[in-house]
Design a protein around this ligand. Structure first.
Ligand SMILES: Nc1ncnc2c1ncn2[C@@H]1O[C@H](COP(=O)(O)OP(=O)(O)OP(=O)(O)O)[C@@H](O)[C@H]1O
Ligand SMILES: [Mg+2]
Length: 279
């Protein structure tokens, strides 16, 4: 099968999935008296197996963050089911690690105490969590900055701290919403490389939202593209590139261009539709 050939998404949803959405609709009722419900997601079915790295891409406002919020249990679906390890998500799902669109460091805690936070919630004894936190901090080159507060760090350093804070928690499922969004192109690639190395240690299931198609290809086992609002899954692209991957040279691989073009076709169509629909 060609790496970018579309496959019916439902075929890939199996009972053993770590997370799974089936036939999910999500309507929001915006504030304001005359407001009509806004359909954010329509009939979304997707699953991720244990240890899989899934990229989610699609136009702004198509419901990518909404998918992650449903899995984290922050919101409930209007219809359909949302499962975590085979069980319906009810209320906030504390077993999931979530890096939201803004970095979610606690400003009143140092880097070390931020990274320790998840372990603290889990009741890991102080000495063990210190050790663990320091190990993760060293892994991403933040050694020496343990006692700094978030406002004393650069954007890239904050992102690093926020990622190791979530990974130190050792969640079987990690949701990442444009974690490298505001970073410059070089820092981004370095962060992608670090993320893949960290991911390889524990192999959690990852759902990774990005607007960067190169990033989606470099990191993912599969990339799902979304239509514009209401968000539906448009296509699945299997990224059959070997691991471990060299993110610095991913664009040199033969299959890369084919994958990139296939993803860009999906997204371009959605953007064009929106442009054509303008009055
Ligand atoms: N809590 C909410 N209340 C009302 N409307 C919401 C809420 N959350 C999301 N929406 C609406 O649902 C739609 C999808 O939003 P969502 O944040 O999931 O998009 P997205 O794909 O993550 O976009 P972006 O790429 O810009 O981050 C948007 O129209 C948004 O206004
Ligand atoms: Mg979003």
């Amino acid at each position: 099968m060609a790496p970018s050939s579309p496959a019916p998404v439902t075929d890939r949803v199996t009972d053993g999935d770590a997370v799974r959405l089936t036939g999910v609709y999500k309507a929001f009722v915006p504030s304001g008296r005359a407001a009509r419900p806004l359909m954010a997601l329509e009939d979304v079915t997707l699953g991720a197996r244990a240890g899989e790295f899934i990229g989610l891409v699609g136009p702004s406002g198509c419901g990518k963050s909404t998918v992650l919020n449903l899995l984290a249990g922050l919101i409930r679906p209007s219809a359909g089911t949302v499962l975590y390890q085979g069980l319906p998500v009810q209320g906030i799902n504390r077993q999931i690690g979530y890096i939201t669109q803004d970095d979610n460091l606690l400003p009143w805690r140092s880097v070390l105490r931020n990274v320790e936070f998840g372990l603290e919630l889990r009741g890991v004894p102080r000495r063990e969590r210190r050790e663990r936190a320091r190990e993760f901090i060293d892994l991403v080159g933040l050694g020496g900055f343990e006692d700094h507060y978030p406002h004393e760090l650069s954007g890239g350093m904050r992102k690093r701290a926020s990622i190791v804070r979530t990974l130190a928690y050792d969640s079987p499922v990690v949701l990442m919403d444009e974690p490298f969004g505001p970073l410059d192109a070089q820092t981004r690639v370095i962060m992608q490389d670090e993320l893949l190395r960290l991911w390889d240690r524990q192999r959690p299931t990852v759902l990774f939202v990005t607007h960067d198609l190169v990033e989606a290809i470099a990191l993912s086992d599969r990339v799902l593209t979304f239509t514009g609002r209401p968000g539906r899954i448009k296509r699945e692209h299997v990224v059959e590139l070997p691991r471990p991957r060299d993110v610095f040279r991913i664009h040199e691989l033969d299959r890369f261009k084919e994958l990139y073009d296939a993803l860009w076709n999906d997204i371009r169509d959605e953007i064009a539709e929106r442009r054509d629909a303008r009055p």
